[in-house]
Design a binder for this molecule. Sequence first.
Ligand code: AMP
Length: 230
Amino acid sequence: MEVHVVLLLFGPPGCGKGTQSPLLRDRLGIPAISTGDMLRRESEKHSDTGKTIDCLLAAGCLVPNEMVNHLLEARLAEPDCRDGFLIDGYPRTVEQASHLHQILEGLDLAAPTLVHMDVPDSVLISRLSARWNCRSCGAIYNLLSKPPLRDGFCDIDNEPLWQRNDDTVETAHCRLDAYKAVTDPVLGFYKLGGTGNVIHVNAHQSPDAVFEEIKAALETEVFSPVRLRT
Ligand code: AMP
């Protein structure tokens, strides 16, 4: 039997979705899609839409559902998503969850497994404001828990590191508020609506420990459709 895997990495900003995403991508052999990365690319375009997105991102507000739905739908129609994929950062509203449900039905893909990554608020704010990224290879550093070997430069490709303009203490609070108001209810959509599996992970641990916990949960009988490569 052919098995399709659809994983949704879900949790507040700073919970570690972007760190776990490439690890799971490599382990499962499926593409990893980040709506935040897609929107950041759009925001760099000098179009009216690009400028609108740029302002919303800088303020820590969510981008309107139609814009994100449209971008994601186009990405999921690409051939590499045929056998499944993982998404980091979507759905972030109940409306997006319902839209994804329709897309998956249209593509004849299985109901998703949502990985809920839980971390206390106080930890999230300090994690976000200490986060630095490598634009070129996507590596993520944290000045408190995982600093680069050479100050300001990526360990992997030696490129200069960059800080997202929404990773400030003030904007982090706005993003957390948006999460609680409109993203948290997405959990109910999956738990109560029976439209997928939900697993809960303690994401207030080292990235390796979080990855082990996710792998263990995916390997259980309950989620047996998700077969991990050795
Ligand atoms: P992320 O990289 O996932 O932290 O996302 C960065 C920013 O992109 C968020 O704070 C939102 O402004 C926007 N964004 C990402 N994904 C979505 C989404 N599914 N719906 C609306 N806005 C989003």
